[in-house]
Write a protein that binds this ligand. Structure first.
Ligand SMILES: Cc1cc2nc3c(=O)[nH]c(=O)nc-3n(C[C@H](O)[C@H](O)[C@H](O)COP(=O)(O)OP(=O)(O)OC[C@H]3O[C@@H](n4cnc5c(N)ncnc54)[C@H](O)[C@@H]3O)c2cc1C
Length: 496
């Protein structure tokens, strides 16, 4: 085992995974150089600005505030030292097909009353369901999420086994929710939350019902100034401890000698390294930056994984306030099963006929997001990874979504657009080196959870680590922060 107090660490990628790992490792006293392909930090959480409209290009839901707090506490800080957090009320609005619009309140009692309108005893059932979700959330946070899994023994520890019966490991969420609730509305509200983890209710284990504790009980927050404030604050932490940032500098190769990365080669320079941490997409890092002999996971492995969806995202600046829209709006199709099939079943993969989609309006809460009297709209439609993506297909699909949105709101939006940018599969590939254009990395199926996600430490290269959404615990900003905390701890343990 290598022993040294201060190492030269090169991090590849300035997404949340790279930024957070950089700050933690620099705080531990290492010399950290961070190399990013793009012009700005944030990765999937980049920001696009045009004519005073501000778009967070990726994350818009600030969930699990306790995880952010725990991350900032590593630096004796609180999130509020960097940005002001607001709890949204309503948390979000749901359009059920053409029939019904409901608001999910931040006050749980109101949601119990709402569930009573969906089905008999709905409120009581929800109370019971959320009790379980909380138990699972607390258990995951305390026993699972912050731990690394290197062997089956780590996974099958005593507490986990004891709890196993509650985890319903082999039951999927769709089945579990279906046993407890009868109404279409209740089921959809409890199942859609799995979208945050890039899964479908049918391919995700039911213990992820803990996500309902996250969105319904803990609530939905917004950092004033947008998610880009969170990016900036973690970058600032890194700078405080001396992280050296290089933007517009894609890494092209990792040079290996004696099973160790010795140098990281970019389009501009070569950097010596004692240790390298990859935050760039795992598949890209292994397949394109490493010689075949040093790949832990080869082409066949990646091809056989269940990738999380890609997406088409339309960023629109409009010259009026679309007041029928709240901050977060979900448009759920009546027959959403077919919607999941075309995203998750490779045999049926296609641009959806009747997609469910999500519209975010940050300017509803944040006056700095759009010029006065205007709105910033972010419209996201999940798509199957690997789909063919052409300007014609996108255009047709964009118009299909806009037809639907305008019909449901009873308003013409397209005539009011002053800024428009559409981002889809090929952009995910080009901008982030995303495998099959995935937006979110690897789905959280049972066989891609904990021990079965790609490892934090390469099995073939001794000083090569990975952080970010592909690794345990997984997808989403909070998970990515945890993955860096795990890796920083592991590096401390192994390298002194
Ligand atoms: C549209 C969208 C909406 C989302 N919504 C939410 C949400 O509401 N809430 C939430 O919590 N999460 C959300 N997520 C998920 C969340 O954004 C991600 O899980 C998280 O940001 C992933 O961070 P990461 O560091 O693992 O990867 P990334 O952010 O992709 O970072 C990887 C970085 O590596 C860089 N890179 C790639 N190749 C190279 C190379 N060769 N050399 C140098 N650099 C390289 C990339 O440019 C990128 O900056 C969303 C994601 C998307 C795409």
């Amino acid at each position: 085992m290598m022993k040294c107090d201060k190492m030269k660490i090169v991090i590849v990628g300035a997404g949340f995974g790279g930024l957070s790992a950089g700050a933690l490792l620099a705080k531990d006293g290492h010399d950290v150089i961070l190399l990013e392909k793009n012009e700005q930090p944030g990765g999937r959480a980049s920001v696009y600005t045009e004519k005073d409209f501000y778009f967070d290009m990726g994350p818009s839901w600030y969930l699990m505030p306790d995880v952010y707090e725990k991350f900032f506490a590593e630096f004796d800080k609180k999130p509020e030292d960097f940005f002001q957090l607001e709890k949204l009320d309503p948390s979000y609005r749901i359009y059920f097909g053409n029939e019904k619009i409901v608001d999910i309140a931040s006050d749980l009692e109101k949601n119990f009353e709402l569930f009573d309108t969906f089905e008999e005893n709905g409120g009581e059932k929800l109370k019971e369901y959320l009790k379980e979700s909380k138990e699972l959330y607390d258990f995951s946070l305390n026993e699972m999420l912050y731990k690394d899994y290197r062997s089956i023994l780590d996974f099958l520890n005593g507490k986990l086994l004891l709890k196993g019966y509650k985890l319903h490991i082999w039951e999927n969420l769709e089945h579990y929710v279906g046993k407890k609730f009868e109404s279409d509305e209740a089921r959809k509200i409890l199942e859609y939350a799995i979208g945050f983890l890039g899964g479908s209710p049918a391919n995700t284990p039911s213990f992820y019902q803990l996500m309902s504790h996250v969105d319904l009980t803990m609530g939905v927050y917004y950092p004033q100034g947008g998610m880009r404030k969170v990016v900036q604050s973690i970058k600032e932490l890194g700078e405080t401890f001396g992280v050296e940032f290089h933007f517009n500098e894609p890494v092209e190769m990792l040079e290996i000698h004696d099973k160790k990365v010795k140098r990281v080669i970019t389009n501009k320079a070569a950097y010596d390294a004692d240790l390298v941490l990859m935050n760039a997409d795992y598949a890209h890092s292994e397949l394109e930056l490493l010689n075949e002999n040093y790949q832990t996971y080869d082409e066949k492995y990646w091809d056989s994984r269940v990738m999380a969806p890609s997406a088409m995202v339309a960023y629109l600046g409009v010259d009026y306030v679309v007041d029928k829209l709240d901050h977060h709006n979900l448009f759920l199709d009546k027959d959403w099963d077919q919607g999941f099939d075309v995203i998750f079943d490779p045999e049926k993969a296609a641009w959806p006929e009747r997609p469910s989609y999500y519209v975010n309006v940050p300017s509803r809460t944040d006056l700095s997001a759009a010029p006065e009297g205007s709105d910033t709209l972010f419209i996201l439609v999940p798509l199957a990874p690997g789909l063919e993506d052409t300007p014609e297909l996108r255009d047709k699909f964009y118009n299909k979504i806009m037809d639907d949105l305008e019909m449901k709101l009873g308003e013409n939006i397209r005539d009011h657009i002053v800024v428009k940018k559409v981002f889809a599969l090929t952009d995910f590939k080009d901008r982030y080196n995303a495998y099959k254009g995935t937006a979110l990395g690897l789905s959280h199926t049972m066989r891609q959870t904990a021990l079965w996600r790609p490892a934090h430490l390469s099995k073939k290269v001794k000083n090569l680590y990975y952080s970010g959404q592909y690794t345990h615990p997984g997808i989403g900003v909070p998970m990515t922060l945890i993955s860096s905390q795990i890796v920083a701890e592991e590096i401390k343990e192994r390298h002194g």
